[in-house]
Design a protein around this ligand. Sequence first.
Ligand code: DGJ
Length: 733
Amino acid sequence: MKKPTLLLALKGIAACALLLIQATAANAQSITIPIETKQNAMVLQVNSEKQLQTVYFGNKLSDKNEYAAIAKSYKAFQSTSEFNPAYTTSGTRNLLEPAISVTHADGNKSLELKYVDHSVTKINDDVNLLSINLKDSLYDFEVTLYYETYYNENVTEQWSVIKHHEKKDVILNKYASANLYLRAGSYWLKHFHGDWAREMKPEEEQLNHGIKTLDSKLGSRADLFQPPIFMVSLNKPATEDEGEVLYGNIEWSGNYRIDLEVDPTNNLRLIAGINNYAADYTLKPGVEFTTPKFVYTLSNKGEGDASRNLQSWARKYKIVDGNGPRLTLLNNWESTYFNFNEDKLAGLLKDTKTLGVDLFLLDDGWFGNKYPRNGDHAGLGDWEVNKAKLPNGIAFLTKTAKEDGVKFGIWVEPEMVNPKSELYEKHPDWIVKQPQRPEYYMRNQLVLDLSNPKVQDYVFSIVDDLFTKNPELAYIKWDCNSLMYNAYSAYETHQGNFYADYVFGLYHVLDRLRAKYPTVPLMLCSGGGGRVDYGALKYFTEYWPSDNTEPIERIFIQWEYSYFYPALTSSNHVTDWGKEPLKFRTDVAMMGKLGFDIVVSKLKPDELTFCQQAVSTYKQFSEAIWHGDQYRLQDPRENDVASIMYVDSAKTKAIMFNYLVNYRYDAGTKLPIRLKGLDPDKIYSVSEVNLFPGTRSSFGSATYSGKFLMTVGINPDVRDGRASVLIGVEEKK
Ligand code: DGJ
């Protein structure tokens, strides 16, 4: 009796399952998934073959029901193939660049992902998470696409989770995070290139048919040559205040790849993710591979609006303590390099107090005994305090700092090792290098293999020990100077997994540190801006844009970074680089997170007074600079004078920075510069601030309506002799 009952029951279940499948298939034809933010909608649709396609990305419609009709309007552009899958596969019908390509356990290389179902989770009033499940019909292979939308910021983060239950390992040959599809008459890509001290050089070009790839193969400080940030303007290059423009950043601190392909139907396919260069990833059955997030924002009001959207999202949701304050500091790197001792540092701690900044930051050179860190050729990896330089340890410095009423921070470079170190001698298998080949160095050092959990523990313990032994420690500068040559891991079974596992290992360490020390400020440094991206900034409060602190160069470098990252993340130090006067150098550093790296004891009395006053002026306007909206007023590439301003959210206080960037005869401000972002109906007092002691302002001060300031503007009178001018704007009550 039992068997037939069971059989009947099974038959019943099978019938229900069939109904369910039929229902899903029938529904699938009419499934339209709009992904909306305040201004935009990306519309996905499931076609009759259950393929998930992107049919639209642009201004949103008022009636959601109309999204279903969009695909029909584009019918005329269809070609022999479908180019708009929401996550393009390979090995079957698609012949264009895929988002994913795999080698199944049986060696077969085909994949076709069909829509299964989707759901939306409301995280809060601003944030929603859409997940869409896709599955291959032949192989037990699945991908879930995630779209996390930040409604008010017009920002989306997109990623995918890949898994399978095949009998053996599957190789992921390409495994992108996101696959976007944009339709416009023409596409203009602005991207950036650089090298040490030459970061963020912009280039803009029209994308033509074929593929333009932005990528990095450098391993650790992956964006030294080409950072993973870019913008694409639609129809014509966007300007500061006009045009449709998409900003993107792959949140990944390792090798990345962004393909921009204008397809045969003149649409733009954008595929972003981890670089699959030398990185065929072996995935075990049942294990999930979560790709990094790709963050993007689309604006129809130009580059300024797009950058304010991204900056406000970053402050609110991504960077550590984005709504909090930042510490001003004195760093000793350029004033001492490796040459210091306890007495010298005690003097610098006093200078920190004299200057009026919050913290003293001890840089490289404080560690190593068998191989003392007296230069960049030795000691890296041996994180015991150097007894000759600091006989009383770090504790003496934190104690002295406390007595002086300042905070204390320290430099580390925990992912790296010098061949001249005890760590290198003890753990050759912890180092990224080819066992049988000559070693290649960048800055005399090699990279530790963070794919190895033992190395992760070691790196974690370096920073954890510092905090445990010195509870007063208030700041860490986390450096990363070498890229990866000879990429090989003694730990990995599958070398193709190494590049990705290195970054997962790094994030694992940072996750552990942040779990234990959630808010302590950390600076992300990489011999300049070789590492900044939103994957890393999730753990850091700020980054070091460039070792180049020559202030005119800095105006350009900070300007370009500012499109993507908020000002409070940009660590700007006043140094002795260049020929510009101290005031110019300080004014430039004030456009972000202010620090100094100068010999305070060598300042003339009026220079010291100026610096002290600058620190207090900075504090007066820091709310606008750190958490306000940023407006670019005059581009240094197009004008003699660069001008940029920051306005607090209440529109009560603002500061305008103006610099002469071209010293040709008679160069300067000839016309008024229109301010932005103020309240037209408010009355503002406008005056020059941060004057050098003993100088008089030719600008003076006056009262204007917001309307006047934004319609007519003001002339800050920038010229040779007045090469940097800061204008404070305050609501008159
Ligand atoms: C490179 C950084 O960019 C510098 O600021 C300094 O910290 C040195 N490393 C120390 O080696």
